[in-house]
Design a protein around this ligand. Sequence first.
Ligand SMILES: Nc1ncnc2c1ncn2[C@@H]1O[C@H](COP(=O)(O)OP(=O)(O)OP(=O)(O)O)[C@@H](O)[C@H]1O
Length: 298
Amino acid sequence: MNAGIIPYPHSTGNPSRGMSFELGGVNFSYPGTQKTSPALKDVSLTIQAGQLIVIVGSNGSGKSTLIRILSRLYDPTSGTVQIDGRPSEEYIVSDLHEATALLSQDNQLYPLSLHENIGLGYPDKVKDIGLVQQAAEQGGAIEFISKLKDGMSTFLEPIIQPFQINLYRNKTHVLYKEMDALRKNIDISGGERQKVVAARSFMRFQSGKIKFVAVDEPSSALDAESELKLFENLIKVRDGKTLVFVTHRFGHLTKYADQIICMKDGSVCEVGSHEELFNKDGEYPKLYKIQASAFTAQ
Ligand SMILES: Nc1ncnc2c1ncn2[C@@H]1O[C@H](COP(=O)(O)OP(=O)(O)OP(=O)(O)O)[C@@H](O)[C@H]1O
């Protein structure tokens, strides 16, 4: 990856409205991949600052890869990416990452309390109980956290291995009871993990540095109602941010979108609003109708 020297945000573009993107003829193959066709093929598109974009398409069509290029986790194999009107490689990569909140299935939780896991989104304010609580609510995590005996203080995945070696056969040892309690880790579900990570993103928003929010398929872990709530809460704080959402669920998301980007086999096959795309004989109405029929079929 090319490391630039220009800080972000920069006076070019209008970062106060969110990050803008312009992709020209982007091709991308994963390093060392066995696949003969690239993950992205000749992708050209424009995302204006502050827009709400929804990316749809069938499995393997390149949605997550596009998000990774926009988030500058990878540079294209060929083609150009402009951010706020400048080649993306001119910027300091860590600055771009600091201005980006990426919410995906890959997100990590740490062996810390739930409070700390959320507060880490904005370390300067980790001790601000009210702010962390608010982020937990916005991420949709507060409901399940309030049902835990220790609430926000619940510790996730404690690392006990190094301490238990001399204890596990000695049940009378004074520390055995402590160790036994620790061993009963709080194991939270995939959807609950996603909500904690979402809460951490809302905490990051408090820093005022986030200009681009990418949400990659929370629906694989979140139920429909939780996804809708997360989406509504993101909409409430979207001011000054560009929001890109990848989803397999159509409806509320796609109807709100300024632009829907529909992908097929690594290429962008259609771009437009729900109304524009729905009335054409293309991939979008096909995917939409397949999904609708799954709910209406007897
Ligand atoms: N880390 C990786 N290494 C190699 N190939 C990858 C990697 N991630 C994705 N691919 C390949 O790149 C192509 C596009 O994948 P991508 O994950 O972007 O699709 P997607 O539209 O997000 O799919 P899905 O809806 O299944 O999540 C696929 O052929 C996939 O197998």
